[in-house]
Design a protein around this ligand. Structure first.
Ligand code: ADP
Ligand code: MG
Length: 301
């Protein structure tokens, strides 16, 4: 097979591991810088050019679309889809999961557990908004934040009011969320490939921080998840329509609560602390999907 990895960072561990796994399993692989591609959109032969050449003959792509390039990245993935290339995460699913509000609405429709969450644009009654999610302490999040940046804990009602006012004054879209105290600054990252959780780790934030993101100094350790957590992670990924995803789950008194579903989860921390070959799992899934699509096409013909 010929596989393209859409990434702006060929030097990153995740990209390198995916390249390695493709090569080890006998595939041709090319890392394609998302922003450097340009597309020809037409109804006869849609195409993509990269480094002055038309990209041809790809069986599959692995989109690793960074949070800063969601718009262009999704357009590029969509163009590959129109050309009949299998995407290990469809553009529509990436867009759904990138928007925290849209993602939570979809999860709620499917009955997946999550912290009580409020959303507001220009609330005429901020204290009521705060009460709606159970009062202080509460968590305030920028809608498109990532890696823990833009996630704030307001310990008192007064602090919550001023932070909400400040964000809204800057015209930022925010979520207001029940604070899950009993998770103690830790969460569980479940890595899902297809319909399986292939690895999971517990992340613990640094002393004094309620956020467990590895980018903020959190540390990961291998964890055994419960059947209910496994079911929750898989249901969350299905609700988004993703096939490769990292689900962040809080352990709460009322069971597993999903915080978010990441469409381009990092491989480094989780492969290293669990010793699981996630990159190979992803390539195996792609092989299966591409074969199934080819078989289907033959039947139709
Ligand atoms: P990001 O996309 O920036 O990673 P998250 O919603 O995943 O944003 O939040 C970052 C981290 O903050 C989480 O991994 C978790 O440790 C902590 N956190 C987020 N929301 C809550 C909450 N409602 N209660 C307790 N901890 C939370
Ligand atoms: Mg997160």
């Amino acid at each position: 097979m010929k596989i393209g990895i859409l990434s702006q960072h060929p030097e990153l561990y995740s990209t390198r591991r995916l390249v390695e796994a493709c090569t080890a399993r006998g595939h041709e692989v090319q890392v394609i810088n998302t922003l450097n591609c340009y597309m020809n959109i037409n109804s006869i032969k849609p195409s993509i050019h990269f480094e002055g050449q038309e990209l041809v003959g790809f069986d599959a792509i692995i989109p690793r679309i960074g949070a800063g390039v969601t718009f262009y990245g999704c357009a590029l993935v969509r163009q590959f889809e129109m050309m009949g290339v299998y995407a290990a995460n469809e553009s529509i699913a990436i867009a759904r999961s990138r928007d925290k509000l849209r993602a939570l609405q979809l999860l709620s429709r499917k009955g997946v557990g999550m912290p009580v969450t409020g959303f507001a644009s220009k609330p005429d009654d901020i204290p009521d908004l705060i009460n709606m999610v159970g009062g202080a302490p509460l968590v305030i999040k920028l809608l498109e934040g990532t890696q823990g940046i833009g996630v704030v804990l307001a310990e008192t009602k007064k602090a919550a009011e001023s932070v909400i006012e400040a964000f809204l004054g800057l015209k930022a879209n925010i979520l207001v969320q029940e604070f899950i105290k009993e998770s103690n600054g830790s969460d569980i990252r479940c890595f899902v490939v297809g319909d399986k959780v292939v690895a999971s780790m517990m992340r613990q934030g640094p002393e004094g921080d309620f956020r467990s993101n590895l980018h903020l100094g959190g540390v990961g350790e291998k964890v055994k998840i419960t059947p209910q957590e496994r079911k929750t992670a898989i249901a969350a990924v299905k609700a988004m329509g993703l096939v490769v995803a990292g689900v962040d789950i809080l352990r709460s008194e009322r069971g597993p609560l999903v915080l978010e579903v990441n469409s381009a989860p990092g491989l480094e921390g989780i492969e290293q602390c669990t010793g699981k070959p996630i990159a190979e799992n992803i390539i195996e899934l792609i092989e299966k999907e591409v074969m199934a699509r080819k078989a289907k096409r033959k039947v139709v013909a």
